[in-house]
Design a protein around this ligand. Structure first.
Ligand SMILES: *[C@@H]1O[C@H](CO)[C@@H](O)[C@H](O)[C@H]1NC(C)=O
Ligand SMILES: *[C@@H]1O[C@H](CO)[C@@H](O)[C@H](O)[C@H]1NC(C)=O
Ligand SMILES: *[C@@H]1O[C@H](CO)[C@@H](O)[C@H](O)[C@H]1NC(C)=O
Ligand SMILES: *[C@@H]1O[C@H](CO)[C@@H](O)[C@H](O)[C@H]1NC(C)=O
Ligand SMILES: *[C@@H]1O[C@H](CO)[C@@H](O)[C@H](O)[C@H]1NC(C)=O
Ligand SMILES: *[C@@H]1O[C@H](CO)[C@@H](O)[C@H](O)[C@H]1NC(C)=O
Ligand SMILES: *[C@@H]1O[C@H](CO)[C@@H](O)[C@H](O)[C@H]1NC(C)=O
Ligand SMILES: *[C@@H]1O[C@H](CO)[C@@H](O)[C@H](O)[C@H]1NC(C)=O
Ligand SMILES: *[C@@H]1O[C@H](CO)[C@@H](O)[C@H](O)[C@H]1NC(C)=O
Ligand SMILES: *[C@@H]1O[C@H](CO)[C@@H](O)[C@H](O)[C@H]1NC(C)=O
Ligand SMILES: *[C@@H]1O[C@H](CO)[C@@H](O)[C@H](O)[C@H]1NC(C)=O
Ligand SMILES: *[C@@H]1O[C@H](CO)[C@@H](O)[C@H](O)[C@H]1NC(C)=O
Length: 558
């Protein structure tokens, strides 16, 4: 704005002083891009004359000898690139000015008197990396072109407040980047920018006014440290051996998102030898993929401009193990296959490391695993990116008979003719094979009967017992390989005489109560008579009012 006004005023003044005709440019400023000795120079100035057809000539003169070193015509451009060769020496004091020609008029800018060697203007620094943690912002900056140690000025502010500044110098060293650590308040977002300045030869460049700052780097927003993304429960869909998952995660806070947040996913959904798949960094906060029935792991790292969160690992557990299933199918198709197998720890749990192979077949592994121990296997296939589990089963290389009988065998609900036997199922590790059923022997009075009960049951009602008889119950599990040891318990049925049904017991109680009432009533009536109407000869009491319960219970069959 100010510029425009100035130009306008100049235009006015020029047109007024038409006679002058030629208005000089600003005095030139010259610099080179680095302290390197082979660097060329650039001189720039600003035109003040709006007229066309003006030509500029840059003059450089030895200040002491007053001899011209060079002059160069730049046409109507307001800058001139000067080759080092044209200058020769650069470490002496020189006068530099711009002569402007308009028509047959010429005019000179004011002169500057400088040592060109001391005029170094670096490019504006670039922040290559920012990392914020625990109140410290660590900055990495590109080195200046000459890799020299330099002086920086950094300034920072909370949004819409005053800049604060500091300067620092870097060391001459072989590191590839300059770095700086700035202390900031933890929970505040900032803006920062930097500029830099060459460190010049002290004997030559005593005049500190000559040292030039680079331009400021662009203002950069500094967000807060990013926190671990909170991953929402996944929506799952199961079809024919494939699980479709859709992960979504929460948006980080606005303070963390300044300057953008992106996510890196590392996906491990194929159990066979294949490195983790790294997804391209994404801005999306959802991820959709298909996985097998086996365990899958996906880890997500959120990254903003000042760093990355720790990885959030999501483990999608394998589907519940089957306890039994048909023989593995004979799968011989051209898809990429993956066989995965493991020993079920304590008979049921997946261990943390599992075996897998893309080449072996089920037959290869079946005989190799430990005998009498339940293992589990999956067969997965991959077609393009579609993963599918075509088989999953528990298996044994060889089955054995159970090594234990069922635990906690208990008899309850004993009557004169029945009882209920219950037990705890044999733990899988002690079954040592697939349990076919339980065998229950009931022995009493020299007779033994045998029952088979399904392997998933844990109680059985024994019927048709004789009253008052003692029995022995033996119970054992059986696999393909044979019977396990017995767990045994004894009991005695109730005798029939003792055994009153609850109806009988109720009737008995009612009778006793009735009898007691009868006695109390008759006593009470007798007392009443003798106290209230001792000498009245004829009793006038209505017998229907004081009725003895005797009449009521008279119907009952006691
Ligand atoms: C300084 O560097 C800039 C950008 O790299 C380039 O355009 C310019 O010509 C260079 N100036 C000199 C004097 O080398
Ligand atoms: C500028 O110079 C060219 C020839 O050099 C001439 O043709 C043109 O008319 C001039 N323009 C003005 C505004 O003087
Ligand atoms: C400049 O040139 C013009 C013609 O192009 C002429 O009329 C004028 O007198 C000249 N002025 C000077 C100072 O030489
Ligand atoms: C510009 O400066 C040079 C050298 O000092 C001088 O010879 C020339 O006359 C000057 N021109 C004007 C218009 O002042
Ligand atoms: C901060 O900036 C002010 C004004 O530009 C300046 O006077 C002061 O020296 C600077 N402080 C530092 C430490 O650079
Ligand atoms: C599952 O597979 C069967 C047979 O291959 C097919 O008929 C059925 O449509 C499939 N179900 C789904 C949901 O894909
Ligand atoms: C994933 O689930 C979210 C909600 O849970 C839904 O908004 C989104 O559309 C789903 N993405 C896909 C690709 O189905
Ligand atoms: C497996 O499949 C092949 C070809 O499909 C067949 O010849 C073979 O008998 C099958 N084996 C079993 C055990 O089913
Ligand atoms: C034992 O009998 C009671 C009722 O008399 C019944 O509720 C319970 O289920 C029975 N227990 C068993 C194990 O059958
Ligand atoms: C053995 O059981 C059978 C059939 O229940 C029965 O007929 C027989 O009397 C029993 N023997 C003894 C000694 O109880
Ligand atoms: C045992 O499995 C059979 C089917 O195989 C089922 O009908 C029965 O209800 C199961 N019993 C228990 C106690 O789960
Ligand atoms: C379990 O008891 C039954 C009946 O008493 C008997 O026949 C069987 O041999 C016993 N089994 C073992 C392993 O002792």
């Amino acid at each position: 704005m100010g510029m425009r006004v100035a130009v306008l005023l100049l235009v006015v003044s020029v047109s007024l002083t038409e006679a002058a005709g030629c208005i000089p440019t600003t005095s030139p400023w010259c610099y080179k891009n680095s302290t390197l000795p082979e660097e060329d120079f650039m001189c720039k100035w600003e035109k003040r004359n709006p007229k066309e057809n003006q030509t500029h000539t840059l003059f450089i003169r030895d200040s002491e000898k007053k001899s011209l070193i060079m002059c160069a015509n730049s046409g109507d451009h307001s800058e001139k690139y000067i080759l080092l060769e044209e200058l020769g020496i650069t470490s002496i004091n020189m006068d530099i000015w711009v002569q402007t020609q308009v028509g047959n008029l010429t005019c000179n800018s004011s002169k500057i008197s400088v040592i060109l060697e001391c005029l170094v203007k670096y490019s504006a620094p670039q922040i290559t990396r920012m990392k914020r943690s625990a109140g410290t912002l660590s900055l990495k900056l590109d080195k200046p072109k000459d890799n020299k140690s330099v002086k920086y000025e950094i300034r920072w502010r909370e949004r819409s407040s005053e800049w604060k500044n500091a300067t620092f110098e870097t060391e001459d060293s072989k590191v590839i980047q300059d770095s700086y650590k700035l202390q900031l308040q933890k929970q505040t977002i900032y803006q920062i920018q930097l500029r830099r300045q060459a460190k010049l030869q002290p004997h030559l460049c005593k005049d500190s006014l000559q040292t030039l700052w680079s331009d400021w780097s662009p203002v950069v927003d500094v967000p807060l440290e990013i926190s671990l993304p909170l991953v929402r429960p996944l929506v799952e869909q199961w079809t024919n051996g494939t699980r479709h998952i859709n992960l979504t995660w929460d948006e980080p806070s606005a303070e963390e998102s300044v300057g953008g947040v992106w996510y890196k996913l590392s996906v491990n959904v194929w159990p066979c030898e294949k490195p983790k798949r790294k997804e391209k960094p994404t801005l999306d906060r959802t991820y959709k993929t298909s996985i097998t029935y086996s365990e899958a792991r996906i880890s997500i790292i959120a990254t903003n401009k000042v760093g990355s969160s720790p990885p959030r690992e999501i483990i999608i557990p394998a589907v519940k193990h089957l306890s039994n299933c048909d023989k593995p199918s004979n799968f011989t198709q051209d898809y990429q296959t993956c066989l995965e197998w493991y020993k079920l720890e304590n008979g049921e749990t997946r261990p943390s490391t599992v075996n897998s192979s893309g080449k072996k077949s089920f037959k290869d592994i079946e005989k190799g695993v430990e005998k009498f121990v339940r293992h589990y296997y999956f067969l997965h296939i991959m077609r393009k990116k579609h993963l599918q589990t075509v088989d999953m089963c528990p298996f044994y290389s060889e089955q054995g008979a159970p090594i234990k009988g069922p635990g906690n065998v208990n008899i309850s609900n004993v009557t004169h003719e029945s009882a209920v036997v219950s037990w705890l199922s044999i733990p899988v590790a002690e079954q040592r094979g697939f349990l076919l059923h339980y065998l229950i022997w009931i022995s009493g009075q020299g007779n033994t009967t045998l029952h088979e009960v399904q392997a998933n049951e844990t109680s059985f009602k024994i019927k048709n017992l004789h009253p008052g008889t003692s029995y022995t119950v033996s119970i054992a599990g059986e696999t393909m390989a044979g019977k396990g040891p017995n767990s045994t318990v004894n009991f005695e049925t109730h005798s029939e005489e003792m055994g009153l049904s609850w109806q009988d017991q109720t009737i008995l109680i009612v009778c006793v109560v009735a009898l007691l009432c009868t006695i109390i009533c008759s006593v009470a009536v007798r007392r009443f008579r003798s106290k209230l109407i001792p000498k009245v000869p004829s009793p006038v009491i209505d017998t229907s009012e004081i009725r003895c319960p005797q009449d009521q219970v008279s119907n009952t069959n006691c």
